[in-house]
Design a protein around this ligand. Structure first.
Ligand code: FES
Length: 106
């Protein structure tokens, strides 16, 4: 598992950008008391979804207004059609971890 952020650092109104060595950045989102980790880069272009607005469990891309479901990564508004990668998250003692695609266990 990869440490992403402290729960206290993730606010409900915007994504928290996590830069990691050797891979594209991750966005950590908070919906109520739940945390979610997705790719930060929009699947339609080079936008950071952490710069987008969050409403109804969705994040709106700041470039062209496409949206994704934060829980599932599904593309929900045109021009986004390709789903966003979502990673399994574990929260322990106020720390958020995710199993990223380069990890096969642990
Ligand atoms: S870059 Fe995100 S909708 Fe176009």
């Amino acid at each position: 598992m990869t440490f992403l952020a402290q729960t206290a650092d993730v606010q409900p109104d915007c994504g928290t950008l996590v830069e990691l060595a050797g891979r594209a950045p991750i966005a950590v989102f908070r919906l109520g008391d739940e945390f979610f980790a997705t790719d930060d880069t929009c699947t339609h272009g080079a936008a950071s979804l952490c710069d987008g607005e969050i409403f109804d469990g969705q994040v709106e891309c700041p470039f062209h207004g496409g949206t994704f479901d934060i829980r599932t990564g599904a593309a929900t508004t045109f021009p986004c059609t390709k789903p966003l990668a979502v990673y399994p998250v574990v929260v322990e003692n106020g720390r958020i971890y995710a199993r990223l695609d380069s990890e096969d266990g642990g």
